[in-house]
Design a protein. Sequence first.
Lengths: 823, 368
Amino acid sequence: MKFTLSWLREHLETDASLEQITTTLSTIGLEVEGVEDRGAALASFRIAHVLEAEQHPNADRLRALKVDTGDGRIYSVVCGAPNARAGMKGVVALPGAFIPGTGITLKQGEIRGVKSEAMMLSAREMGLGDDHSGIVDLPADAPLGQSYVAWAGLDDPIIEISVTPNRGDALSVRGVARDLAGAGLGRLKPFAGKTVPSAFASPLKWEIADPRACTWVLGRALRGVRNGPSPKWLQDRLVAIGLRPINALVDVTNFFTFDLGRPLHVFDVKKVHGTTLTMRMARAGETLQALNGKAYALTPEDGIIADAKGPEALGGIIGGEPSGCDEATTECFIEAALFDPVRIALSGRRHDVRTDARQRFERGIDPGLMPAAIEAAAAMMIDLCGGEASEIVAAGAEPAWRRSATLRFERLGGYGGEAVPPDTAVGILERLGFGVEARDAASVTVAVPSWRNDVAGSGALAQDPGLPAERARAAAEGCAAVEPECDLVEEVLRITGLDKVPPVSLPVASPVPAPSLTPKQARATLARRTLAARGMLDCVTYGFLEAKTAALFGDTPDALRLVNPIAADLDQMRPTPVASLLLAASRNAARGYPDVALSELGAAYRDITPDGQLAVAAGVRAGATPRHWAESSRAIDAMDAKGDVLAVLAAIGVPMAALQVTTDAPGFYHPGRSGVVRQGPKTVLASFGEIHPKVLAALDLTGPAVAFEVFLDAVPEPKRRRRGMPDLAAFQPVRRDFAFLVDADVAADAVLRAARGADKALIADVALFDRYAGDKLPEGKVSLAIQVTLQPKEATLTDVQIEAVADRIVAAVVKATGAVLRA
Amino acid sequence: MTDSMAAGGDLAALQAETEAQLAAAADMRAWDAVRVGVLGRSGSLTGLLKGLGQVPAEQRKDRGAALNRLKGALEAAIEARRVVLEEAALDARLRAERLDVTLPPRPFPPGGPGDGGIHPISRTIEELTALFGAMGFAVAEGPDIEGDWYNFGALNIPDHHPARQDHDTFYVPAPPGGDGRRPVLRTHTSPVQIRTMIGQEPPIRVIVPGRTWRADHDATHSPMFHQVEGLVIDRDITLGHLKGCLIDFLRAFFGISDLPVRFRASYFPFTEPSMEVDIGWNRKTGELGKGGDWLEILGSGMVHPKVLANCGLDPRVWQGFAFGMGIERITMLKHGMADLRPFYEADVRWLRHYAADPLSPPSLAEGV
């Protein structure tokens, strides 16, 4: 909300400086968004009288002026303005002055042989507009030698504050003044509400047909008014805060919207059909032609003001064009009403109308101000437009707004952290308009003023339906008991200054805190670091993408499609982070960086339940390994992704020996070059593989690219087990190599498992060290070569023992895989 | 001309016969034979089209239209079968390109560990975890897609509340059988505070880092971003503790032991009193800690009694504070980053520039 300093001073008697005022506003919760001091830059410019204006002897387009600035000296000024003439009044700048429109500091000079000791200014040179057709031409009665900005009313700084949703009362100059007075920055002037005698019976009456539309309304007619432009002081104020002056009657309603925070509406009586204005809900099919030039199709949820013909206003939001006041209006009817904030908020949102009235009504209006506001508005309208006022007509009744709240002084320290002395606290509350009803050594009970609907208000709870009844009831009781007190603590502390509350470091139960991560959370961190240590760049990507792209990676249920996406290509929650990372790889390739290794710890969305949002460690590698003298470059392949998966699983404590790999990976992988890592037949821990060529093509990737997903939620919590004693046998190990010829579809893992199982006590390790398939072997066969490490525990192995184990190994592999031992 | 022809029966028969042949075509060669047999120079449909001239003039128009319809249908069927067969052929080829996925992977990552690193957001979350961990906070997490009650209602933000409009919420469709309210992409991590208060008896001391979402996209707003919130609930926690906790955190996080911190009254529906917190900086140079200007950095307050009661905590017994701040914002300030957008772009040049060393996780011993 905007207001000017002089406007504020009409309500606040203070000698505080502008800076004190703005600093205080921000401290007490009325954050200053900006201060526009239009006059500050122009303070040195004065009103001057041009005594002579003669043709410059050496320049056709220039004139040599003699200018009286009122300080007893006549200045010689060279001026190029076509309108410069003897006898005119204008604005002069003297040497040393900064000219805002040109950005230069004025110096005395000589122009083509004629001295120029000052400068006559155009509006543009003063930064007051675009007009540069000539120098400013002031009326003849402009006072010579006076400050121009003071005369023009530009020396009134405009302050803009941001008002939080709870403080409807601060959307008024008077409310702001009250808060500043509360903060000790002066005294709130008494409300100078004028009253007007009633001279005739009102031609219009109110009817409340539906209390949902309005609970209380007052009205008053004026007759014999001469509407027209409002006076300069009123126009200046409205313009300063960004409003457009319309005509005196309408300007008065706008003035009170800001001055008292009391929106009013004014009807032209002659344009109202019938003699009754009715507060009711709109009927389907009704429309309102509003004052902003738009037509609104009303719904039965909108509260309206209607005459005999139909809707004349969307109550509390915007008035109707047909019954509005214009310069021909001679008889008008002022409306001051109370509307339900919730209904106003919903109607305003439904029709997307933002008005100053709506902003105030949806935050709550001071119900105690109704009679005074309609008197003050009538008085000002009669002041400006003449005429006389009718009786006040009403419908509905003043709502019950009186509430009390109790503050135990101990809570200022015990809740607010600062033991404000009771007298200080009570003084603040009183200055803010709270009336003391009772006070003792420990507490004070105050009456909440009518304008503070946020204090001790009655907003409903929204308790968790799953709470046990007894617990819910106790919590609700407790809330009712302490909430008003919390409101008062807040009032006191925001005024004394939250900055003054002494900070206290949190007490810790132990100087050595418990771990802050659960084992599951720690695993995510470990996974991220493991992948980064394997050369992957940890990424953060959007969790949504284009539905068409998402469909390449899995199901795209409607339940996971945004109702209101911000862009068409960000509308579907992703089935896997692999999708986002492949898109990222594609963008990097387009930038000239096709060889990437990207990982992300992020969600894969299966459904909207908490369990359907999986924590996944995903990664994508694309392109080739780097060129290096010691290591030649090669294309990335599925084994690289498998290496990442196994590294993550090992890092987060999965027992590796029990893992199995199957070939039923999701469809976005290459069906022959992808796998699923399982712990037992049911638990899927990870998938990995080359990306399907069709997916690559769809994402403009030339490939190769591989990816993996590790499903962190699926990994069982590792048991915290102590390791047994290591077996550090004193005997030399024996290593033996075996090469088997197997069918090409025999899994290498089957050979390794069979060999390992041949003698669990003696065999310490089995490693595959060669795999060969080629034209030296029969079609459809591969050669797998393994090294078996035998670790004797009791005695060095004899040749016979070694041969026996070797035979068992061969037999086991042959039996399990149909292999043939190669010579 | 037969009666069957007049009724178009021959055309229906041709269509049925062609579709059967297509279905039977198991490879591209067979498919091509069907195509040529129908649409080729001497194909069956081509023949019928050529014969149109012999049809009596009064029937020619209808017959011609029927033939064109048939031609369109057959061409579509032939094309559809081609797509199916080609996909099957690709699948077969891919299946033939078999890799034994049970093979042990290579012992070293491709290209070595040289380029890897931790994203600045992840790094900041690790730093937050370390610093708040030292003050006894645990990390709490929760889902991105949330119920309306968890994101708004429980936090004292009813439907009509003006604060809802400030949130620019993303919605997904209301699930069938529910109360008709649409689930939201959480607009803050506060729903996890609610889940924590419902799921755990006080005392509570948690921070909640995580992804958050708002329908806003420009140079300084991203539709997805990250927040960290904190929640402390106990019997005797005051606003003084809130200030102490935040001052301790901010000074440690930015590594400036005398960082000026300012608290201003504000309003949030879920706290009371509410405060905005500013830190001192130099607006011109961006240097933190000196310069006389103030920069708003986070919001905080004492947990509103309604929020406690909504979660079943009796505000006569329990009280505490909550705060929230943008992770990107504090990360950008700490590292002097200029632009928000590259955070989510996964541009390897930016990542390499800003990534943190994975082998040096933040530690209190070394300073975060």
